[in-house]
Design a protein around this ligand. Structure first.
Ligand SMILES: Nc1nc2c(c(=O)[nH]1)N[C@H]1C(S)=C(S)[C@@H](COP(=O)(O)O)O[C@H]1N2
Ligand SMILES: [Mo]
Length: 447
């Protein structure tokens, strides 16, 4: 045994029983195959005294389970892995209420209550489309870049991937996230109330790097992005943003984009509303004017209370939500005095989250939560607060701030500006009511 593994073994001494330690010593020198075999035929047996001392009535750790005494399934059986069958309930969800009158033009929301860290697994990434998901053969797919450029080009996917790539973690949020709730809570569910968003590591090429190569004419001020699905999803984006951080992405969390996310390529417009992140991207055109001036290219606007609307309103502003507890993750199993970790997600399209406060009384008093794990610009940021459960009713809210100096408004501040007829860009402080039984429901504080 090497010195290093002896040291490791010494650190294990205080957490394992002697029999367990011997087992580690023996197996440490065996080959990987032999270790697997040894663990099948020689499970660690506890003496009667050890059982009594350690297990205190919980038979599940004392007795061998059926799956410990026979072979598990071989590596060849699952060449693309799937989650445990016991995680079957963790899925995207749909409802007729959120489809635009046609199931081919609808949304599936992400189970943000069941996620860990800041990355959404690809199979759970929220999914919104206007004309169904096409299955595109990358060999047949082309990207055309033209208009006000020196050298217009048509790229194959192989040619596109020859540009140097970058990997960036960014959220993608539909500006309608939380939108149904302008008039008041609509869903007693975090998944439906806040799940029009996800966060992934995207790999692709900065569009500015391609433009360096083909030459953008100085008079170009707007870019049209068009998808290769039946909706085409024409979107118009200011050139300043394009030259800042817009990416043409082909990678999503280490693998190719999923068909639902735009395989083989999509546009990623970090921090801005997700409808600009055109999937199945086939064409980019540069021009002097925004494209909706001359053709049927839609854009979202932000309605104000006076009836006027802001035309160019693209940023998903600073926002947050508590994911534990929430309606799907109540505190009904907690006993008074239990220690629990309040957790949530904060994000801002303007930049990096600088802090999150938590209130237990609907926003009268605030305490500071801690940010944990990676804290990155235009990415989900996880926050945490260790709390001693008291079994008392609570109005639990979170309020995030970002490095651009923004802080989440109250629901009333938001209503003062927009009224209750808003559709997009809701970032008012979200509140859960926790009753004395630990049940959680969606409420809004209107004071
Ligand atoms: N080509 C195309 N791109 C599209 C859409 C679409 O219908 N077609 N929907 C947009 C909208 S409204 C949203 S919210 C995001 C959703 O991205 P996702 O499905 O990867 O979560 O894709 C955007 N890009
Ligand atoms: Mo959207």
């Amino acid at each position: 045994m090497s010195k290093r593994s002896e040291e490791l073994d010494a650190t294990r001494a205080d957490v394992h029983t002697p029999s367990r330690r011997d087992f580690f010593k023996k197996t440490a020198t065996l080959t990987a195959g032999a270790v697997a075999a040894a663990s099948v035929v020689a499970p660690v047996a506890l003496s009667a005294d050890e059982k009594k001392a350690k297990c205190d009535g919980d038979e599940k750790i004392v007795n061998l389970n059926p799956w410990e005494t026979k072979w598990g399934y071989p590596v060849s059986e699952k060449l693309y892995g799937q989650p445990s069958p016991f995680e079957r309930h963790v899925v995207r969800r749909t409802t007729p209420i959120l489809s635009s009158g046609n199931y081919r033009a609808s949304i599936a929301v992400a189970p943000i209550q069941d996620l860990h860290g800041i990355i959404t697994p690809n199979g759970l990434f929220f999914n919104r489309h206007h004309g169904g998901t096409p299955d595109i053969d990358p060999k047949q797919h082309r990207l055309m870049i033209h208009g006000l450029v020196e050298k217009p080009i048509v790229l194959t996917m192989d040619e596109l991937k020859r540009y140097p790539s970058v990997s960036r973690i960014h959220f993608v949020e539909c500006p309608a996230n939380g939108g149904p709730e302008w008039r008041g809570p609509q869903f007693n569910s975090i998944q439906f109330a806040k799940g029009f968003m996800s966060c992934a590591e995207w790999t692709g090429v900065y569009l500015k790097d391609i433009l360096k190569d083909i030459g953008l004419k100085p008079e170009a001020k707007w870019m049209l992005a068009e998808g290769g699905d039946s909706s085409h999803m024409g979107r118009t984006i200011p050139v300043d943003k394009v030259l800042d951080d817009v990416i043409i992405a082909w990678g999503q969390n280490g693998e190719a984009l999923r068909p639902e996310q735009g395989y083989p390529i999509r546009l990623l417009v970090p921090g801005w509303e997700a409808n600009l992140c055109v999937k199945w991207l086939r064409r980019l055109e540069f021009a002097k004017e925004p494209f909706y001036a001359k053709e049927e290219t839609s854009r979202y606007t932000a309605l104000r209370k006076d009836g006027k609307a802001i035309q160019h309103f693209y940023v998903n502003e600073v926002n947050s939500v508590i994911t534990n507890p929430c309606p799907e993750k109540p505190w009904t199993d907690l006993k008074k005095g239990d220690i629990v970790e309040i957790e949530g997600l904060a994000w801002s399209g303007h930049g990096t989250i600088t802090g999150v406060d938590i209130s237990f009384d609907g926003g009268k008093n605030w305490v500071e939560a801690s940010l944990k794990g990676l804290v990155l610009p235009k990415a989900w940021t996880r926050f945490s607060y260790i709390y001693k459960y008291e079994g008392k009713p609570l109005l639990l809210s979170s309020r995030a701030r970002d490095d651009a100096g923004f802080i989440q408004p109250t629901v009333m501040e938001e209503r003062k500006a927009v009224g209750v007829e808003g559709v997009y860009h809701r970032n008012g402080i979200h509140t859960w009511e926790v009753n004395e039984k630990g049940e959680v429901s969606n409420v809004q504080v209107l004071s």
